[in-house]
Design a protein around this ligand. Sequence first.
Ligand SMILES: Nc1nc2c(c(=O)[nH]1)N[C@H]1C(S)=C(S)[C@@H](COP(=O)(O)O)O[C@H]1N2
Ligand SMILES: [Mo]
Length: 401
Amino acid sequence: MQRRTLMAAGATALLAPVSGMADGPVLPPELPDGTREIVRPANLPGKTRMLRLTDRPPNYATPTDVFADAITPNDRFFVRYHIDAVPPPPPIDDWVLTIGGDAAVQDIRLRWADLLDMPQIGVLAVCQCAGNRRGLAVPHVAGVQWGDGAMGCAEWRGPRLRDILLAARIKPGAVEVYAGGADAPPTPGPPAFRKSIPFAKAMDDDTIIALAMNGAPLPVLNGYPARLVVPGWTGTYWVKHLNSIEISATPLANFWMNTDGRVPAGLFPVQRPFASQATETTVPVTEMVVNSLIAEPVEGGEVERAGFRVGGVAWDRGTGIRRVEISLDGGGTWLDALLAPPLGPYAFRRFTLDSGFMRRGQYRLVSRATSNAGERQSEVLKANPGGYHNNVPRGISVTVI
Ligand SMILES: Nc1nc2c(c(=O)[nH]1)N[C@H]1C(S)=C(S)[C@@H](COP(=O)(O)O)O[C@H]1N2
Ligand SMILES: [Mo]
């Protein structure tokens, strides 16, 4: 009898929603099983309390409460790899970046000190995996089952990609710029991680090679010593452990461009299409879609009926956020949240709302953002095989006590 009681109590404890006060991870209840372990810091150099999705390759999410702030600290910044081969950090004086390609006049090699000698640009920008929230898709789609934490906003700093391309001199007819990372794939295995961006995007003022993140060297797992930063575009183009740049008159043809990271043509309208990579049926996933997330309170949290703060962040492809609305009743009625001053068009914009007095009970809090371009989060999931660009307004359940 006693044993039965104990077992019943144990089962209840496992089923109980994780409280926001507990040390354990708070994850969306919609996620499939198997995505709910917390990673011990010892497993991850330079990271604290991340949510483990997979160890091989390393895929770790940022816990939702971290997004109460508009800047994501380096030790909480998410980690995404396609290949299980994080390159060991090179001695910085040995590191070289090669620049060449069929549309470069000359091949050049730049060292760390050369990059530091160029004008350094700081950009506040969101890096978000196109597959963020993939785990919330119904029906489920294959791939890493991300909740809300495959994103972060940091201050990236380093030389402009444009200045580096100009140093190699550009031939007429350049169409794309390829970026290669040092992740050495095991053989047999997926091909080395290489992505390309349109030549015009590579020449943008804000496209940089980051040598620093939030005023510190990049964490190893976020691309030390250098990574590409492509503000407004999904994380897949933000090549980590960058070691080669090619200027080309030909579209890059490889698995990462032709097969992975594509969406049905026309499903997600963009301002600047990636024309050289478009086919009749699919296009690369490029510009982020407008989105928002409530980070305080957290899922399953308990809040005071005298009133509590609803806070979080909103972001888009770089037009900036015009409006964030909050519903305290699961989407029935909406209130305008207060927006913090913008940190830049590509950064998270923080929002808050004071709930005012609420009766005791269960509530569903939802946020939805509108960009300066007038785009608003999609009310219905635009299902696609990769599970990309999920920007359906997110709801969390809280108890008012
Ligand atoms: N070298 C390398 N760079 C990469 C990847 C990778 O697998 N290898 N993944 C890309 C993808 S899909 C994303 S979403 C971002 C994630 O950046 P983070 O790990 O710093 O958060 O890195 C990009 N850069
Ligand atoms: Mo990604």
